[in-house]
Every structure is written in C-alpha cells, then in structure tokens.
Design a protein around this ligand. Structure first.
Ligand code: AMP
Ligand code: MG
Length: 326
C-alpha cells in the first residue's frame, strides 16, 4: 500500500526517506520519485520501482546552493546560474567532489553529478527535514508520462512505493533544463523550464548536443545512458564467466563465488538484486583499481539473473564489456 500523505504529514515523508524508503514528492516541474541519495539500496529501489531497463544518472535535489556545492565543484558559470535561477527548474551537471557521499549509483557511476534546488515550498521543507540530498527522477513508470499530480503518481506507481506527498498540481509541468558544465563549453542536455536564451544571457553561448549518431562518431556524447560505454573500467570485462583464472578479478554474485580469482568483489552474497545494483559501480571501480595494482588481465563477471533490477545490471555489464571506441 502506498501512503497518501497530505502536506501536513511532511515529517512522516521525511522519516520514510531517512529509513531508505521511496517517497514521491512535488516539485515545481513534475513529481519526483525520491530516495536518500546516500543510500545505495534506496537508489536501487528507484530503478526497480520505475521498471527502468538501464541505470541512468538521477538528479540530486538539495535545500540550497551551499549544500549542492558541497557535493560538486562549481565554476564561475555554475555560481552565476545558481544565484540567478535557484531555487528553480535548472539542473547543473558538474564534476563530483572526491568527498561526495552521494551514492555512485545515483550518478550511474559517472564522475559527474546533476544537481538542482527545486522551487517548491513543500519540496524544500522535505529536503530540510531529511537532511540529506534526495535523488529523484520523474515519478512515473519507465516510458510513461511525467506526473504533475499525486493521482498521476499513484496511477503509475501505486503499490510500488512507500508514499506520495501530495502538494497539489505542479506549476511548471515540464522537466528541468539540464545543462552540462563539465567542459569548457556549456551544453544543453535537455530543454526544460528555464529557456536556453535566459541561460545564454548570463553565461554566453550554450551548445546544443549533436545528433546521436554524429556525437557517437566523434565521441563527444555527454548524455549518458545512450552511450554504449559511458563508464568502462580500464581492464577488459568478460561476461557470463563460469570459471575464473588467478590472473583475473572476479565480479561475483551469490553465496558461492567461483574459487581462485586474483581479486574478488561479491555484488551480493545473499543473491539480492537490489544489493547487487547498489554495489555494482563501486565494485567495478574497486576491481579495476585492485586488478590494475596487482597486474591482473581482466575482470570476469558471473551471470546475474535478468529479472527486475537484473535487467539494468546486465545492461550496465554489457556496456562495460562492449568493444571500446578506438
Ligand atoms: P529525469 O530522471 O527524468 O529527471 O531525467 C534526468 C536527466 O538528467 C536525464 O536526461 C539525464 O540523462 C540527465 N542527467 C542526470 N545526471 C547526469 C549526468 N551526471 N550527466 C549528464 N546528464 C545527466
Ligand atoms: Mg523522466
């Protein structure tokens, strides 16, 4: 059963989020499906509830610019844009700080993080109560239409999430503008509530992303999820391993990891897909670093079931194992 919480039950919504549960909440753009961004299991549950077949990076929501910039590194453009447009429907993609405690899964394993301060009093009050960044994609099933009322949320996700906090209809109704500031030229990754012209008036020309095929060919594609290997470990990855060599690092799953590997990361000794999703990106990074340090030749990944979150895990592993662009 999904709890339907009136605005006055804000404390209950915050307590659920702190407890690792999923709570949909209103922002000025659309309803977001929130999870504590520091809890990997909670972030994994977002992908599960949405039925997303792949992990794409989520926007992290913050109470104010200061708490956002504690997790990412702003440059002059970011500071100016935040000053002008936050709280508001503008998402900035910036380099993650090494000290960031946002779970790697929230950023789909990338070194960047998308951050935003929403302009909705209930969203801000909730963020204040939770005291932690809240990762939230739109609160609809994968492929569905973004919800602008609590009833829309329940239509798609009723029974799949702990609660929806009802703040009435959303004012903007379109998603936030997503702007990539990780390179020298700002790039508009998604048009949204803040017009590109308003951004350009402040920081100068903003690039539009190249069409997919051209971008892939020139390897300038920045919006991940579409890119075949947006984070690939340095070591080659071998899939569906049923045995492992001493010269390989093993990405294991389940209670009995294959014996004899040169290094080991078990995604979930209990065979739990939500745990495996939460430990996937940290595992790939750990095995890559450890394997490289030990002079191992590659990473062997055992089969992972394909149901539920397993689909997204397998999608990510296939990308990690895909031939690298020359
Ligand atoms: P939604 O989850 O529906 O709110 O959409 C989030 C949007 O932000 C998607 O278009 C993502 O690809 C984009 N996004 C989030 N994080 C990043 C990131 N680190 N780098 C590039 N794009 C991002
Ligand atoms: Mg969406």
């Amino acid at each position: 059963m999904t709890e339907q919480l009136p605005a006055a039950a804000l404390g209950r919504a915050a307590a659920l989020l702190r407890g690792g549960e999923l709570v949909a909440f209103p922002t000025e753009t659309v309803y977001g499906l929130g999870a504590d961004a520091r809890q990997g299991r909670a972030v994994a549950a977002i992908f599960d509830a949405k039925g997303r077949p792949h992990f794409n990076p989520l926007i992290c929501h913050f109470l104010d610019a200061a708490t956002a910039f504690a997790e990412v590194l702003p440059d002059g453009r970011a500071l100016a844009l935040a000053e002008r447009f936050w709280p508001g429907p503008l998402t900035l993609v910036l380099p993650r700080r090494a000290t960031s405690r946002v779970d790697l899964l929230a950023g789909a394993g990338l070194d960047t993080l998308a951050v935003r301060v929403p302009a909705h009093p209930l969203a801000l009050a909730l963020l204040g109560e939770v005291g932690s960044p809240v990762a939230a994609p739109s609160a609809n099933r994968s492929g569905g239409v973004s919800p602008t009322t609590a009833a829309h949320v329940l239509d798609g996700l009723g029974g799949r999430i702990a609660a929806v906090l009802d703040g009435g209809p959303c004012a903007v109704g379109v998603e936030s503008t997503v702007l990539d500031l990780t390179g020298p030229g700002a790039v508009l990754l998604r048009p949204g509530g803040v017009p590109a012209e308003a951004i350009e008036a402040l920081i100068g020309p903003v690039g539009r992303p190249l069409p997919l095929a051209a971008a892939a060919a020139t390897r300038t594609l920045r919006s991940p999820g579409m890119l075949l290997s947006h984070y690939a470990p340095g070591l080659p990855v071998r899939l569906e391993a049923t045995s492992v060599a001493a010269t390989e690092a093993l990405l294991a799953f389940g209670p009995e990891p294959l014996p004899g590997a040169g290094a080991l990361w078990n995604l979930s000794p209990a065979g739990d897909l939500a745990e495996a999703a939460a430990r996937l990106f940290s595992g790939l990074r750990a095995l890559d670093a450890e394997g490289t340090r030990l002079g191992l030749t590659g990473i062997a990944a055992v089969p992972v079931p394909r149901d539920g979150l397993g689909a997204a895990i397998n999608d990510r592993l296939e990308r990690a194992a895909a031939p690298r662009p020359g």
